[in-house]
Design a protein around this ligand. Structure first.
Ligand code: DOR
Ligand code: ZN
Length: 343
């Protein structure tokens, strides 16, 4: 059976920079019309000018004839001036600013230690209508890793939502029932993205057959009950929940290391992985709104008009994909996927 959808958008993606763009951009551009590109490069993308240059490098790596638009983001820091937010809003290519709690994840050390220190930026974003995208974890190393998202929701997000009542907020890559419940009960200005890996895997995958660094990401995979809550949210038809893959490739040796880097690579077949999760839940009919409609609506973008088709046919992803001079192990290596993009 084939499934034809309006071309989807990915509202949370890591494309990295440099020679790996040539490996990472084409499979995304083939599937998605637009992608919100994360700014956690080294150094991070903290100015509109740097975001514009990064955008040009992504476009240069986009295959000719493919209609793909990178939507850029700014990395919020405690030293950023409110004028940068105004500049971002005046640009036609910056669609969100990202809050990384310092120390919470990959390349977050330049992030925010105290959200009280960026009140001026939240105010500017609320005034200008720029979306705040949040990595929702407390970074305190003494905290239990499984508690970081729930505690962030209660201690940082809830007060923020209360104080900035019309700021549009996306809680990125929700991983727990607690976060789903918070977003569900919040007003229409608060939404969430859900990754394919959090829909397909629980923390069981981290330990199945020996410790698996290729299943290590932030926020960490949680319990089966949490995964079921994410499936329920993604397939609910509630427009607050939409697609953001958080495909986050790291070279194989950075993953298979004594200190494995956080991040799971799904960008080679992200749409197929989502289709698999929706099919397993008996909810394929709900995929199109989740993947192609709700995110665009939240971000105030026109819906796409072109289409993509997935064919139901079993195939095995390769054990690794090229990543510049190195390789990356994809989610699903050694397993069978159920859908394949029609070229
Ligand atoms: O697992 C993750 N990897 N989570 C993030 O938030 C960042 C990402 C990365 O950039 O590798
Ligand atoms: Zn991410």
């Amino acid at each position: 059976m084939a499934l034809t959808l309006t071309r989807p958008d990915d509202f949370h993606l890591h494309l990295r920079d440099g020679d790996v763009l040539a490996d990472l951009v084409p499979p995304v551009a083939e599937r998605f019309s637009r992608a919100l590109v994360m700014p956690n490069l080294t150094p991070p993308v903290t100015t509109v000018a740097a975001a514009g240059e990064y955008r040009e490098r992504i476009l240069a790596a986009t295959p000719a004839g493919v209609d793909f638009t990178p939507l850029m983001t700014l990395y919020l820091t405690e030293t950023m001036a409110a004028s940068e937010i105004k500049k971002a809003t005046a640009s036609d290519f910056i669609h969100a600013a990202k809050l990384y709690p310092a120390g919470a994840t990959t390349n977050s050390s330049a992030g925010v230690r105290d959200v009280g220190a960026i009140t001026h930026l939240f105010e500017a974003m609320q005034d200008a209508g720029l979306v705040l995208a949040i990595h929702g974890e407390l970074a305190n190393p003494s905290l239990d890793p499984y508690e970081r998202e729930p505690r962030f929701v209660d201690e940082v997000l809830a007060p923020l939502v209360e104080r900035f009542a019309s700021l549009r907020i996306v809680l990125e890559h929700v991983s727990t029932q607690h976060a789903v419940d918070f977003v569900t009960q919040a007003g229409p200005n608060v939404a969430a993205t859900i990754t394919a890996h959090h829909l397909l895997c629980s923390r069981r995958a981290l330990f199945a057959g020996g410790l698996s660094p290729h299943h290590y990401c932030r926020p960490i995979l949680q319990t089966e009950a949490d995964r079921e809550a994410l499936i329920a949210a993604a397939t609910s038809g509630n427009p607050k929940f939409f697609l953001g893959s958080d495909s986050a490739p790291h070279p194989r040796d950075k993953k298979e290391s004594g200190h494995a880097a956080a991040g799971i690579y799904t960008g080679y077949a992200a749409l197929e992985l989502y289709a698999q999760a929706f099919a397993e839940a008996g909810a394929l009919g709900r995929l199109e709104n989740f993947a192609s409609r709700f995110g665009a609506d939240f971000y105030g973008l026109e819906p796409n008009s072109a289409e993509v088709t997935l064919e139901e046919t079993s195939w095995q992803p390769p054990a690794e994909y090229p990543l510049g001079q190195q390789t990356v192990v994809p989610l699903g290596a050694g397993e069978s996927l159920r859908y394949r993009l029609r070229p």
